[in-house]
Design a protein around this ligand. Structure first.
Ligand SMILES: *[C@@H]1O[C@H](CO)[C@@H](O)[C@H](O)[C@H]1NC(C)=O
Ligand SMILES: *[C@@H]1O[C@H](CO)[C@@H](O)[C@H](O)[C@H]1NC(C)=O
Length: 249
């Protein structure tokens, strides 16, 4: 398997050891000794929502509306009938502003947790190069693509561990798994070379006729990408904020 993805350039801050990293304008994180920590953390996450959408540069969290992903390359053969070799460039995702946080759970003893949210409508535009196959369908072409998906569920399960950097403890993921389902989808493909537009319309028509078929077929690739992307995003934030600021006593 090969899966590359690069998100926002990693900007590591040289932190002043005494100063807090999380800016004061953000709602305070819950103390780990709070009785109903999960409920408190879920509510805080909702309060953070508007700030997360705009990006929080102090904690290396990217802007989510729209979310810009410069490059994604996937080359994956699932079976003799199913293969995807795709390069996506300059993808812009819209719709995270409609995110509905469901819950955040964390067990301080085992340092394991879960985060669940739903995005009712998520759409993306991107440039793509595609060479793959799905059953008898040849997925070939390059150009611009617009995709719309609805009712996208996300669930992340993680386990944290502590690492020390320059005398300060930070969290990192010991385990991180993303699960996601897409209820429905719609795609429009535009060829750079008009001569190939007909072939791309055909692929889009076949997808749009029965989105479930291809969504289900490529679901494992999709979940790998979700895990990889959000895992990197999480690591980027965890490596910026000292552990005791994330889980205050
Ligand atoms: C994808 O993998 C196939 C088979 O391993 C290989 O032939 C092809 O060159 C790869 N494509 C890229 C862009 O690496
Ligand atoms: C999200 O933003 C888009 C514009 O980019 C807007 O059309 C849409 O209504 C917003 N959705 C919500 C739930 O605020």
């Amino acid at each position: 398997m090969k899966l590359y993805l690069c998100i926002i350039s990693f900007v590591f801050q040289i932190s002043n050891l005494e100063s807090k990293i999380i800016p004061d304008y953000l709602p305070k994180l819950c103390s780990i000794s709070t009785n109903n920590y999960d409920e408190c953390a879920t509510n805080t996450l909702k309060d953070w929502g508007p700030y997360l959408l705009n990006g929080i540069k102090e904690i290396n969290f990217p802007k989510m509306h729209p979310l810009h992903v410069p490059l994604v390359a996937v080359n994956r053969t699932l079976s003799a009938d199913l293969a995807m070799d795709a390069v996506l460039r300059d993808a812009l995702f819209y719709g995270f502003n409609g995110t509905q946080f469901k819950y955040f759970k964390f067990d301080p003893q085992t340092k394991t947790g879960e985060l669940s949210f739903n995005v009712p409508l998520l759409w993306a535009t991107m440039e793509y190069e595609l060479a793959g196959r799905a059953y008898t369908l040849d997925l070939k072409g390059s150009g611009y693509c617009k995709g719309v998906t609805s009712d996208v569920e996300f669930l992340f399960q993680f386990k944290l561990k502590t690492v020390e950097k320059l005398g300060i403890n930070y969290f990192t993921f010991e385990k991180f798994v993303g699960k996601s389902t897409i209820e429905n989808g719609y795609a429009k493909l535009k060829s750079k070379d008009p001569a190939f537009q007909y072939a791309l319309d055909l692929i889009a028509d076949i997808f749009n006729e029965n989105p479930r078929r291809l969504l289900d077929a490529f679901h494992p690739v999709y979940e790998e990408m979700v895990t990889y992307f959000f895992g990197l995003l999480g690591e980027q934030v965890l490596s910026t904020i000292p552990a005791q600021e994330i889980l205050p006593e």
